[in-house]
Design a protein around this ligand. Structure first.
Ligand code: NAP
Length: 236
């Protein structure tokens, strides 16, 4: 068992899917974990069964996000050692049919959300000269898929943000990793019923959320002198 005891972590998107698996595995490895999402019952369940501290926030709300992260930092006694940006939202629509509301929501959660979290926590990490930021990107942040205009724009954008971050973090003691999973079997797919759509991957062919969490745990348990700028995770 990798030992993260004495470490603190924030995981966004912790109520379900990949973020939930990451929060559970960091907690099992001994870290004191805060889990951010909107769903009160799921966060309460995560807290009850895995001791993850709930942080109920809508990442689209800038003020609420700042306040919640300030409160968390006060309780932690500083910025977290590990920050995992896993919150995300996904929809499929062609460029000529995508709604403005859906486009805005995907940019707000998938791109602006990680920016807000980094903007709030990075100054203290830089001052301390330590910390790890893991951004959950996607295969769709590197490759075009039909119907992914908004999602791809958000994930290509996140990769751009991440690559600038990597340049700026050089020599700072703070590390950042972009994890790019292929399709992963999580509730994100539920509204799309992928198994009955020939244009979408079958759930049986997807990664498990726990396999993506294993990749994050691998990164989080490397020595402070090792940096993993990008890690692509695919089905073998
Ligand atoms: N599943 C895949 O095939 C796949 C592949 C590659 C990358 N990814 C990426 O992996 C990450 C996790 O995806 P997933 O598949 O685990 O999705 P998921 O099962 O739908 O979970 C999404 C998480 O994001 C949170 N979230 C959504 N909107 C939010 C908001 N406005 N404020 C705060 N939290 C919000 C949700 O919590 P609440 O609803 O409780 O707020 C939930 O915890 C995302 O960044 C996604 O883009 C997924």
């Amino acid at each position: 068992m990798s030992d993260l005891s004495g470490r603190t972590a924030l995981v966004t998107g912790a109520s379900r899917g990949i973020g939930r698996q990451v929060a559970e595995s960091l907690s099992r490895a001994g870290a004191r974990v805060w889990g951010l999402a909107r769903s009160e019952d799921d966060l309460a369940d995560l807290s009850r069964h895995h001791g993850v501290e709930p942080l109920r926030v809508d990442l689209r709300d800038e003020t609420a996000t700042w306040l919640a992260l300030d409160d968390m930092t006060d309780v932690m006694g500083g910025a977290p050692d590990i920050v995992v940006n896993a919150a995300g939202t996904f929809g499929i629509a062609a460029c000529d049919k995508e709604s403005v509301a859906s486009f805005d929501a995907q940019i707000a959660v998938n791109l602006r959300g990680p920016f807000l979290v980094v903007r709030a926590l990075l100054p203290a990490m830089l001052e301390r000269r330590s910390g790890l930021i893991v951004n959950i990107g996607s295969v769709a942040g590197r490759r075009a898929f039909t119907g992914n205009a908004a999602y791809s724009a958000s994930k290509f954008g996140l990769r751009g943000f991440h690559e600038v971050l990597l340049e700026e973090l050089k020599g700072s003691g703070v590390r950042a990793s972009l994890v790019e999973p292929a399709a992963t079997d999580t509730p994100l797919w539920d509204p799309l019923e992928p198994d009955s759509d020939p244009n979408l991957p079958d759930r049986a062919d997807m990664l498990a959320a726990s396999e993506v969490a294993d990749a994050v745990l691998f990164i989080a348990t490397r020595s402070d002198t090792v940096s993993i700028p990008v890690l692509r995770v695919e089905r073998g």
